[in-house]
Write a protein that binds this ligand. Structure first.
Ligand code: HEM
Length: 241
């Protein structure tokens, strides 16, 4: 195993994770006005409507799919389905969501690069984020035929074991990954790099997207009318928002 391979699969994940967490915390603390999705809908809505909706549907499906697929221990799903079945599920569902995401992301990238209004108002990182996500998605789609070649789920088990060991701070056997075809390795390393770039781009809005679910459960706000000269007890809440 080369030194670079050892670094990429044993040290790099922690570098990315720490930069991701600490970077987001510092940006939220120091520069809250820059914490936004930076929508360009007011400049041009047309392609954005299809592009953004298809992209967000696909990427959210893929995000949660990766989360559940990689971090559910084999002992939890083993009694219900074999590793091969789980991999086939991932290939089919991930393939469909990936294709939808690919169409949306390509529309977004096309619009950002070729629409003069959007191009002119884009920051370098706006374009970089779309290119990085596009490359990552395409390489992810390239892994599908590879996964189809070994339907026993063995590659998925190796990758899931590696990911679970990383997040639970257990020793990692990076040599087990060395034998995998290049698209898997590229996809894993590039995926971690997205976390590295996250705090420095508009991607921080993903935190807010998830946090906005809390809005559904927020407590009522009691709004009291300010009436003077009323006997005590009459200033009761008039409206709940
Ligand atoms: C958590 C739920 C999410 C919400 C509520 C959300 C919301 C938004 C909104 C309002 C915009 C600006 C309007 C637009 O361009 O459509 C946007 C843009 C964007 N979002 Fe999200 N988002 C979420 C998750 C994600 C995820 C998981 C990613 C990728 C990892 C992502 C990547 C992007 C990108 C790259 C753009 C810029 C698109 C462009 O205009 O070129 N979003 N998002």
């Amino acid at each position: 195993m080369s030194l670079l391979h050892g670094f990429l699969f044993q040290v790099y994940p922690y570098v990315c994770f720490v930069v991701f967490l600490v970077g987001c915390l510092i940006r939220f603390d120091q520069n809250q006005y820059s914490w936004k999705s930076d929508s360009s809908q007011l400049l041009r809505a047309g392609t954005l409507r299809w592009g953004s909706n298809l992209f967000h549907f696909g990427i959210l499906f893929l995000f949660f799919g990766h989360l559940v697929g990689l971090f559910t221990p084999h002992s939890v799903y083993g009694p219900f389905m074999s590793a091969g079945t789980k991999q086939m599920l991932a290939v089919v569902a991930g393939g469909i969501a990936g294709f939808i995401c690919f169409i949306g992301l390509s529309l977004l990238l096309y619009r950002r690069v070729f629409d003069p209004r959007i191009r002119l108002t884009s920051h370098r990182t706006d374009i970089a984020v779309l290119v990085v996500l596009w490359v990552q998605l395409v390489v992810g789609l390239i892994t599908l035929p590879y996964s189809y070649q070994h339907t026993d789920g063995s590659v998925m088990l190796v990758l899931a074991d590696w990911a679970q060991r990383i997040v639970t701070l257990r020793p990692v056997d990076a040599t087990a990954l060395a034998a995998l075809p290049w698209p898997y390795l590229f996809h894993v390393v590039f995926g971690m790099t997205i976390f590295l770039l996250f705090p420095f781009s508009r991607l921080v809005h993903v935190w807010s997207g998830f946090a906005s679910i809390a809005y559904l459960f927020r407590p009522y706000q009691s709004v009291r009318a300010r009436r003077l000269n009323l006997p005590s007890g009459h200033n009761t809440p008039t409206r709940s928002l």
